[in-house]
Design a protein around this ligand. Structure first.
Ligand SMILES: C[S@@+](CC[C@H](N)C(=O)[O-])C[C@H]1O[C@@H](n2cnc3c(N)ncnc32)[C@H](O)[C@@H]1O
Length: 268
């Protein structure tokens, strides 16, 4: 079994992550929406399922689970995300809380889903242990992560272009342990270490369609630390993103490969 890496300073990672997500809440891009259906299928979410959406963000996974007829609850540690989720999905219960210390009873859910959340968590092993604790026996966990960074066209175009114009200030900061990790043995090893059985691992060849290069930049602007850049620098970034994105244009829109990985396991 591959031993799961642990963060040296989980608190510092969480303190760095939370404001990023709070400031992204109101203009959250829809790039993760393509993975929701396969993840809900892998977790067995259907009519009547008691489902928990961990790291729910603005609630798109919870919303899709509710549309299937599931009784769903969402939780996220960024208050801004939870406010946005409540605004977008007023009939769903959303709570503020940490995936590493879920405020729910043992065996409270039939399914737990985590869409692109684990890659940002300081203590992924605790999140998996908690997911197992709140699942009833036979319940399923399914989660998604992005595939290898060099394959993620939208992120590559925006963040490489921004990085060429603006030097990042926190290059030495410790990253969440699962950031950029795509190895099957590592990811399924986390699940088996937490006590899940029958892990599955599937690559999802997703392609994100976005209206234009300007819309692409806008989608990730709040993550790209361009607030303090001059108008000239922002214009230069915008122009370079247009050139880098041009080869992905077909029929007037961009088709950007954004492959993901779907992992699942069963609580015995
Ligand atoms: C990329 S967003 C994913 C949102 C949504 N699940 C989706 O699929 O679009 C990552 C989310 O993870 C949340 N998050 C990160 N660490 C967390 C933690 N320890 N506990 C709960 N939520 C966390 C962030 O606040 C953010 O909303």
């Amino acid at each position: 079994m591959t031993t799961a890496p642990r963060a040296n300073d989980p608190q510092a990672i969480s303190e760095a992550q939370r404001p990023i997500w709070n400031s992204a809440a109101a203009a959250y891009p829809d790039v993760t929406a393509m993975a929701v259906g396969p993840m809900l299928d892998a977790a067995g979410v259907e009519i009547g399922t008691r489902a928990l959406d961990v790291a729910c963000g603005p609630g798109l996974v919870a919303g899709a689970a509710a549309a299937r007829g599931a009784a769903v609850t969402g939780i996220d540690f960024a208050e801004g995300m939870v406010e946005e989720a409540r605004r977008q999905h007023p009939s769903i219960e959303f709570r503020v809380g940490d995936a590493a210390a879920l405020p729910f009873d043992d065996e409270a859910f039939d399914a737990v889903v985590m869409g692109f959340g684990i890659i940002h968590m300081a203590e992924p092993q605790k999140a998996f242990e908690q997911a197992k604790r709140v699942l009833k026996p036979g319940g399923r966990l399914a989660f998604t992560v992005w595939d290898a960074p060099e394959t993620l066209t939208a992120f590559r175009i925006v963040f490489e272009t921004v990085g060429a114009h603006i030097k990042s200030e926190d290059e030495d900061a410790e990253e969440p342990p699962l950031r950029g990790k795509t190895d099957e043995a590592l990811l399924t090893g986390y699940l088996t270490e937490a006590g899940f059985i029958d892990p599955t691992f599937e690559r999802l060849p997703l392609v994100w369609e976005v209206a234009s290069a300007d819309a692409l930049f806008q989608a990730f602007r709040s993550f790209a630390s361009v607030e303090s850049a001059s108008d000239d620098v922002v214009e230069a970034i915008r122009a370079d993103i247009r050139s880098a994105a041009a080869k992905y244009e077909r029929d007037g829109i961009l088709h950007l490969p954004m492959p993901a990985i779907l992992v699942s396991g069963i609580r015995p």
